[in-house]
Design a protein around this ligand. Structure first.
Ligand code: ZN
Ligand code: ZN
Ligand code: ZN
Length: 143
């Protein structure tokens, strides 16, 4: 999904909630889609402040949460006690492994994971299967 598609989906989402697509929302969306790392709301806010964008932390928090609700951002839990976000690019489906000491995150592809989960879940006749796995360990630097 590129940012143009995301804007369209987000606008529809906001309209359905009776909300407006405001300039701060657009700024946060563009920033989120140009970030090529897994950012937390705090990290994105600091990045924006560094770039000279004057925006409040609360606005960034709220906007990211609503973008997640609209389905245009993925959230990932690295066990840091806060959420990280990731824009779904045309990248392959991947999982994350995070270091329990320094928080470094690497992306890994787990062969056949989705297929294995889907075929196991199919036995329950559940639909719209989603999953969430958290992989962690100690990175090379920290051992
Ligand atoms: Zn974090
Ligand atoms: Zn580490
Ligand atoms: Zn990722």
């Amino acid at each position: 999904m590129n940012s143009e598609n995301a804007i369209k989906i987000y606008k529809d989402f906001l309209k359905s909630k009776g909300l407006l697509y405001t300039q701060p929302r657009e700024i946060v969306l563009k920033e989120a889609f140009s970030a090529n790392w897994h950012f937390s709301a705090d990290e994105l806010t600091s990045q924006m402040h560094k770039n000279g964008i004057n925006i409040s932390r609360a606005t960034v928090y709220r906007t990211l949460a609503s973008m997640k609700e609209a389905g245009i951002l993925n959230s990932v839990d690295f066990g840091h006690g806060h959420i990280h976000y990731e824009a779904p690019k045309t990248k392959k489906h991947h999982e994350h492994i995070s270091c329990e000491k320094c928080g470094t995150v690497c992306e890994i592809e787990v062969e056949n994971l989705t297929k294995t989960i889907n075929s196991a879940a199919a036995k329950t006749r559940f639909k719209n299967i989603k999953y969430n796995i958290r992989i962690s360990g100690i990175c090379e630097k920290c051992t």
